[in-house]
Design a protein around this ligand. Sequence first.
Ligand code: PLP
Length: 320
Amino acid sequence: MTETAERATSARGGDGRAPTMGAFAYFEGALVPFADARISVATHTFNYGTGIFEGIRAYLQDDGGVAILFAREHYERFLRNTRLLRMEIRESAEELVEITRQLLRRNGDLTDIYVRPVAYKASTSLRLGLTGMPDRVTIYSFPMGDYVPTTGLRATVSAWQRVNDNAVPARGKVTGSYVNASLAVEDAHAAGYGEAILLTGDGHLAEASSANLFIVSGGEIATPPLSDDVLPGITREAVMRIAGDAGYRVVERRIDRTELYLCDELFFTGTGVQVAPVEEVDGHPVGKGRDYPVTMDLQRIYFDAVRGRDPRHADWLTRV
Ligand SMILES: Cc1ncc(COP(=O)(O)O)c(C=O)c1O
């Protein structure tokens, strides 16, 4: 395994070391010890992948406190996506934000944190379908630093196509559809790469396994449109905004595979990956290789914002 793949695997806990969970989780409407947040092996979600999830980060701020990034936006997307699985969720977005604040206070980790909410079909019925089953929300958290290196990733174009919106809703963050991402990541790591890039059924760039994708070419920043089986990333939208504010031209358009090999810069965005430059795709150096001025400019603005150092983006953060 190459050094980059090793570092990426280790950061994800993919080397067998599970993250150390926060002491408490939200489960069945209350904060309970993490070990008591258990579901039956017969649960519909466990058997059929009928869950909706989110990935949220909370960042340590300069004053020693912790703030949740885009809390409201994540829970609004979460509740919107639950409609795809015909879920009826009792908690509102405001309540979920408040529950998450309480959970993080209770867990008491004064560091960077990952928060994982999951809405799931809690029925133990064997039958397929979506309605007439109880739906529940669980939320857990654990300390987490960088998910992938933020100084230069090696990526590969996967032989697995990105899940098609007419098969499993690509926009949905449906738990079962992450079989697609897991297959792609497994192959990428086995081949010594840190991340996989997935194409649409008709061969255009969609996104990385759990991150959106941008290319920089001739002064223009481009990202695939949501209609190309792309998850509407909250970081994607934020980065498009900060890039526009910084004076870059940003467009959403279909991107051909060849553009990966011809562009000046390539980067991924996501709650997990943050803003991560790609230095190589399948042995082709991206642009001049290890030189990504636009990406690093956007990364700097993003990291300042998430740490509460940029008053222009104070509304991104919810203090715990
Ligand atoms: C498939 C996929 N694409 C993109 C992203 C990035 O989305 P966000 O910026 O909202 O975290 C994620 C992670 O949530 C993802 O799972």
